[in-house]
Design a protein around this ligand. Structure first.
Ligand code: BG6
Length: 473
């Protein structure tokens, strides 16, 4: 797919990195910048900004440590040294105009900087206003991290702040799921093949399940999680993006602008959720986490039933589920087709495994598998459900941040979330953010509260992603 003409033209000539001393920087961003230098896709100045009282040498130490521990290591043919030599540092409070004046000085001749805001959302508007006042938004672009607001009203406010300083084409909203190979492959697989389209609709699809399961808990992010919860943290964004790619109409022309428009249409066609569409859970022990209220009702598990009121999907339930402290770390989509209309064989009455399914294992190791029944050898006409599977693991694939920061620097907005799509997605969940049933307790290591089973019962049961097979010896 190619980009569209409404994208900001040209390469950025500096990468300004607010929040350079933070966690995200250490876990994800330095390793991504390092790989970009290794691949030869990053060669502009990298200006870290933070309010930590650091010096450039401390920022470089931090980058070195990040790449050694969270990245590919430092035995890299000189890429780390090249990255360190591209780095500059500005220290200062984001609310202080002097910070931005200094940044302007460090930017020197740069005319098209990309400002990356790896800072808590509460600081987005302070930084944007600081940039605007210092005259650093002209011909510039801004890259921001989710969450894009915490409900429809705050998402609109954030969009207003961003749009007061940047045109929409210069705003890059990162949902890192869109930079994952296996998520991009959903789009490719659907529209690079023709066999799927005739059955990809309400006439053949009985239901769709999407599970994003995590074995780990909130990992010290209790205070953040208290402000978010599972629905806001991963469902409304990451899982909704997966739904949009699976449910969208074929883009009518080549170009990512067409994909963005069709995804937006999916969000618009989603029926707003009601409290009974959502089961919320909280793992036992969550309230003992640092930063978590002793009487917290925040959900660490969320299952929901969603309908897309379009011609293609009318009446087809989409079941989405995610949670912390579940038995596996895996993400999987299961599309269940209608069973054959007539039960001809003796085994057709068993509830399980009668329908064909298409399974997209998104992580840890991507697989696309079509399950169909085949006869067992012998006199009886009975069979088993077996999978035809395409293994899709690819060595040396770009990591999401590498891909997305590279695209943002290049001015290619294809894999970013558009303003209207952000608001349309919030509109679906807005009604249940405050009005919902209480979070039900579940044991760590279980698949969440039993009530989630009742949600899916009209279509059978949840398909729990299986553990990864052991690697071959
Ligand atoms: C983040 C959430 O956006 O996505 C985390 O804040 C979650 O809570 C993570 O664990 C999942 O991303 P991935 O790429 O590990 O599946």
């Amino acid at each position: 797919m190619t980009g569209d003409s409404d994208e900001t033209a040209g390469e950025a000539d500096a990468f300004v990195f607010f929040g350079a001393s933070g966690d995200l920087a250490h876990k994800m961003i330095f390793p991504a910048l390092h790989r970009m230098v290794q691949r030869g896709t990053l060669h502009v100045p990298v200006i870290g900004v933070a309010s930590s009282g650091w010096t450039l040498s401390q920022l470089r130490d931090r980058a070195r440590d990040s790449i050694a521990t969270a990245g590919a290591g430092t035995n890299d043919g000189g890429a780390l040294d090249r990255l360190l030599s591209l780095m500059a540092y500005v220290d200062g409070d984001y609310g202080d105009p002097a910070t931005f004046t200094e940044l302007r000085g460090v930017l020197g001749d740069a005319r098209r900087p990309a400002h990356y805001l790896a800072v808590p959302p509460a600081l987005f508007s302070t930084v944007v206003e600081g940039l605007a006042t210092a005259g650093l938004t002209h011909d510039a672009r801004v890259i921001i991290e989710k969450p894009f607001g915490r409900d429809l009203a705050s998402a609109r406010d954030l969009n207003r702040v961003l749009r007061s300083a940047f045109p929409e084409a210069a705003i890059f909203r990162i949902d890192h799921y869109l930079g994952k190979e296996e998520i991009m492959n959903l789009l490719y697989f659907r529209f690079a093949n023709s066999f799927l389209e005739p059955i990809w609709n309400r006439n053949y699809v009985a239901s769709v399940q999407i599970t994003l399961a995590e074995q780990f808990g909130v990992q010290g992010r209790g205070a953040f999680y208290e402000t978010a919860g599972c629905l806001r943290d991963v469902v409304e964004n990451h899982l909704f993006q997966i739904v949009a790619l699976l449910a969208m109409e074929p883009p009518p022309y080549q170009g990512m602008g067409a994909v963005q428009a069709e995804k937006f249409n999916v969000f618009k066609a989603m029926r707003p959720l009601s409290a009974d569409d959502v089961v919320r859970g909280q793992f036992a022990g969550y309230r003992d986490e640092p930063g978590v209220a002793a009487d917290s009702d925040v959900e660490t598990f969320c299952a929901l039933r969603l309908f897309i009121d379009s011609w293609r999907w009318a009446g087809v339930p989409w079941y989405l589920r995610s949670g912390k402290c579940l038995p596996e770390t895996a993400a999987e989509v299961l599309v269940e087709l209608q069973p054959p209309p007539q039960p001809l064989f003796a085994d057709a009455t068993s509830a399980d495994g009668r329908a064909n399914t298409l399974r997209f294992r998104l992580s840890p190791n991507p697989v696309i598998a079509l399950a169909a029944r085949v006869k067992r050898a012998g006199e009886a006409f009975i069979g088993d459900q077996r999978e035809l599977s395409l293994l899709n693991a690819q060595p040396d694939e770009e990591q999401p941040y590498e891909r997305l920061l590279g695209d943002a620097l290049a001015g290619d907005g294809a894999l970013f979330t558009r303003e209207d799509a952000v608001e349309a997605a919030w509109a679906v969940v807005d009604s249940v953010l405050e009005r919902h049933h209480p979070a039900l307790p579940y044991q760590p290591g279980s698949w969440g509260p039993a009530e989630a089973d009742a949600l899916v019962a009209p279509n059978g049961r949840w398909h729990n992603p299986l553990p990864e097979p052991a690697p071959p010896l």
